[in-house]
Design a protein around this ligand. Structure first.
Ligand code: ADP
Length: 144
């Protein structure tokens, strides 16, 4: 069984889409192993988004990700890391495949379509392990 780290981003929370997105995850057969709401900080974001920190758009991403608390989840299923990336769609909501969460629920607004894309999901098993440990302590994860 594989686990992945999900962050339901401020646009998801502000648009009141948290329930809808979690319902899609559960309907896909994914099991919730951990869940909490947290306010992200600059420090946490610089760790989580270290791979984009050098880009000019990073400052906007940092502000966006702090606009409201986010909902962090650990979900589990066979092959969930790839399945979740497919279910989310690519970063740009305007380019995400029809039927994906980002295509259906993400921002289509010019300037926001690449940033306000509803959810983060780990992109590899290695990243998932690091990200889960970043957001959850062992006693916050329920394996039954
Ligand atoms: P993903 O979340 O699809 O794995 P990345 O890891 O490349 O994408 O980027 C992290 C996040 O940074 C994206 O989800 C998005 O919110 C934001 N982002 C990425 N590229 C851009 C961009 N060109 N302009 C604005 N925001 C971006």
């Amino acid at each position: 069984m594989e686990k992945t780290l999900i962050l339901l981003k401020p646009d998801c929370v502000q648009k009141k889409l948290v329930g809808k997105v979690i319902a899609r995850f559960e309907e896909a057969g994914f099991t919730i192993r951990a869940a909490k709401m947290i306010q992200l900080t600059d420090e946490l974001l610089r760790e989580h988004y270290a791979h984009i920190a050098q880009f000019p758009f990073y400052a906007d991403v940092e502000s966006f990700m702090k606009e409201s608390p986010v909902v962090a989840l650990v979900l589990e299923a066979d092959g969930i890391i790839d399945a979740m990336r497919v279910m989310l769609g690519v970063t740009d909501c305007l380019e995400a495949a029809p039927g994906t969460i980002r295509a259906e629920l993400g921002s289509k607004e010019e300037g926001k379509n690449k940033m306000c894309n509803i959810a983060h999901a780990s992109d590899s098993d290695e990243a998932a392990k690091v990200e889960i440990a970043r957001f959850f302590s062992e006693d916050e994860i329920f394996n039954r």
